[in-house]
Every structure is written in C-alpha cells, then in structure tokens.
Ligand binder design. Structure first.
Ligand SMILES: Cc1ncc(COP(=O)(O)O)c(C=O)c1O
Length: 387
C-alpha cells in the first residue's frame, strides 16, 4: 500500500502542474464593479428578499434539522414549490439545495441502464457529472446543432428511453439553445428534454420564468432545472416537470433523500424573490438594455462577442496566462471580472466571462467597454474571436 507521504507527493505534483499551466485558482472576495457574478437582477441584496430571509429565520430558526422525508420538511418548502410550479407552468416542482445537486438528481434518477442521454458538447459540469454518474449511455452532440442531434439519435441504438440534455442559455458562452427545434426532435423520437435554465430563470420571458416561456414550450414532455442562486439571488434549485417525474424524484433522488433540507428561511426568501420578479419587470428590461449596450460597444471596438444578445458576454482570449493578465488589468481599474479557464471551458479557449447586471450604471459600463480593448491589446490579443 503506498505511504501517505507518497500521496502527498502526488498531490503536490498535481498542484505544481496546475500552477505551471496557469490553472491555479485563488479565492478572492468581491471587489470593484460587479461584472462577474450571476446576480443578474441584483436580487441578492434586495430589501424585500433580505427581510423575508430574516423573518424566515425568526420564525423557523436556522437549520432544517433533517431530510425533507424525515423531520426536515416545512410548510414553506411545499408552498414555494407550488408557487414555482405555477410560475413555470409545470405540474410540480421540487426544491434542491443547489443546481449542481438538482442536475445530479434529475439525470441519475430518471434514467436507467439501456437509456441514452444526448448531451450538448458545452453542457455545464453538473450535467456532465450527472450523466457520468447515471447508468445511461452518453452521446455528446455538437453544440447547439439540432441537425447533428437528430442524426445522432437516428444512428444510436437505444433499448430504453432517450433523453436530450441542454442548457437553455449556455453559462460560459452566453448563447441560446434552439429549444423549439429540440422540443420538436424530442417529440419525434419520444425523448424527454432536460433543460437547464440556470442562467435564464428570472431573466427571460414576459414573466421572467425563463427561455422555455419565451419559446412557448410547456412542461408536459420536459423537465427544467432552475437555480435559485443566480438571478433569483438566493440559493437552491427547483426541478420542474410533470407530476409523475417530480414525484419519482421526491421518492428516489439521492441528493433529495439523503441530504439535509436547506434552511427553511431560504424558502421564504425564494418566495420574496418570485414576488420581486413579478413586481419589478423593469429589472429585466434594464438588464437587457445593458447587455445590448455592452455587446454593441465591444463589437464596435472589433471584439467578437458572438451572435447572442444575452447578459453573458464571452470575450475569448485563448491562452490561460493572457486571460489572467487581462482580468488583473481590469481589476486594477476597479472592475470585478474574472478569467475563466479549463476545465470550466475547453483547452485553449480561456476567456473573460463578462456578466452584466441590471444595477451597473451605463457610464461605468461604457468606461469598461473602452478599457477592455486596451487591456486585450496590451496582452497581445488584438481582436478576440469566439470559438
Ligand atoms: C448551467 C448551470 N447549471 C447548474 C449550475 C449549478 O448551480 P448551483 O450553483 O446552484 O449549484 C450552474 C452553476 O454555475 C450552471 O451554470
């Protein structure tokens, strides 16, 4: 058996390797103008939501003290799940402690051996891990390519059920999946569509419920994953879908059954967050305006920010060290932007992921748009091209 010290040697070598490839991360609390968080609507500090969180703690204490199927359940959880299901236009919703766990739960619980999951090449790590943990076969399909998806389905034998797993708005590329085409393919092949709305819920659609609403797609043949810690400003994630699917998750999903329920106050805060999404549509409008403004300014400066109009603006750099240097230069100017490197994105595609939020003032955003091309140039990246 190898000695403990040899394990230490191995791990230290791994860490040195990360360092040598400019892949060592540092934890750095927020500082400067927020252009990197997922707090797209500014709800994490919204007074109504903060007050609801406090009132929830006063009423229910801190911890839930158990799993939902044991003593950890609370009326507030069921209430917010029913509210979220109605908001999303789904039969039912179930609350998980995080989006990561919600994806693990949905994919590992609904699939069985013999099933095939067709997964977009740029899916988030939580979907990738979920499929790996499942006992279904995984087929990776080219990013956002509906024709390639259908070809892959046609040529892949499947003795069980087919699943199609995508993000509705891709987290690191800021581009939108062709959901209507995927829904039609799912219908033709009797597949279940699993749509991760992590970066779209709260933001897209007339009521802010996500891209499924904007695409006019109902939850009868699909399941959606909706995080509470991004635009909704709190934490956790709802899986929404047909009653039979959600009931089965409540019965069998291991991240639900074998984990302490989140603090009940979070359910109170999420209720308030849904109130704010309903009552303050101007936040969505402000976000859209700022996203379009930044994208236009960067395009005018010769930076390729890809086709989308979304609030996630990828600025492709390439080498890891250059992405880190550019982020540092912008941080020194007071902007909190972060370099995104592998394995979060594919090798050789390090980038800045600039995420706009409704609260950033336009003069500041314009200053950022002027400084970014300078920082790219100084790092020897003249015109960033998207992959
Ligand atoms: C597309 C996507 N799905 C799921 C998650 C995980 O959500 P959470 O942060 O709530 O665990 C993320 C988080 O970044 C994400 O980007």
């Amino acid at each position: 058996m190898p000695a403990a010290s040899s394990l230490e040697t191995r791990i230290r070598a791994r860490l040195s390797d990360l360092d040598a490839h400019d892949l060592l991360r540092t934890m750095r609390p927020p500082g400067g103008v927020d252009l990197s968080s997922n707090d797209y609507l500014g709800l994490s500090t919204h007074p109504r939501i903060v007050a609801a969180f406090r009132a929830g703690i006063d009423a229910e204490g801190c911890g839930s003290t158990g799993s939902r199927l044991l003593r950890g359940d609370r009326v507030a959880f069921g209430d917010v799940e029913r509210r979220f299901a109605a908001f999303k236009g789904a039969d039912r919703a179930l609350l998980f402690s995080s989006g990561y766990l919600a994806n693990i739960a949905a994919v590992t619980t609904l699939t069985e051996p013999g099933d095939v999951v067709f997964s977009d090449a740029l899916n988030h790590a939580s979907l990738i891990d979920a499929i790996r943990l499942s006992r279904a076969e995984r087929v990776i399909v080219p990013h956002n390519d509906a024709a390639a998806l259908e070809q892959a389905i046609a040529r892949t034998p499947c003795s069980g059920h087919r699943f199609i797993a995508v993000e509705s708005l891709f987290s690191m590329d800021g581009d939108e999946a062709p959901l209507d085409r995927y829904a039609a393919i799912a219908e033709r092949w009797n597949a279940l569509l699993i749509v991760d709305e992590a970066h779209a819920v709260g933001v897209y659609g007339a009521h802010g419920t996500g891209r499924l609403e904007a695409a006019g797609l109902a939850h009868d043949r699909l399941v959606s994953i909706n995080t509470g810690g991004k635009a909704l400003g709190v934490a956790g994630a709802f899986v929404a879908g047909p009653g039979w699917a959600i009931e089965y998750l409540a019965q069998r999903a291991r991240p639900f059954v074998f984990s302490t329920a989140m603090p009940p106050a979070m359910a109170h805060a999420l209720q308030a967050s849904l109130d704010v999404v309903r009552d303050e549509p101007e936040r969505r409008a402000a976000l859209r305006d700022r996203a379009v403004r930044l994208r236009r300014a960067l395009r005018d400066a010769g930076i390729d920010v890809a086709e989308s109009a979304s609030h996630i603006v990828p600025v492709h750099v390439g080498p890891n060290d250059a992405a880190v240097a550019i982020a540092a230069a912008l941080q020194a100017e007071g902007f909190d932007v972060r370099a995104i490197r592998p394995p979060t994105v594919p090798e050789g595609t390090a980038r800045l992921r600039v995420s706009v939020n409704a609260g950033v003032d336009v003069a500041t955003l314009d200053r950022f748009a002027r400084l970014l091309p300078v920082a790219l140039k100084e790092a020897g990246v003249c015109s960033a091209a998207s992959s």
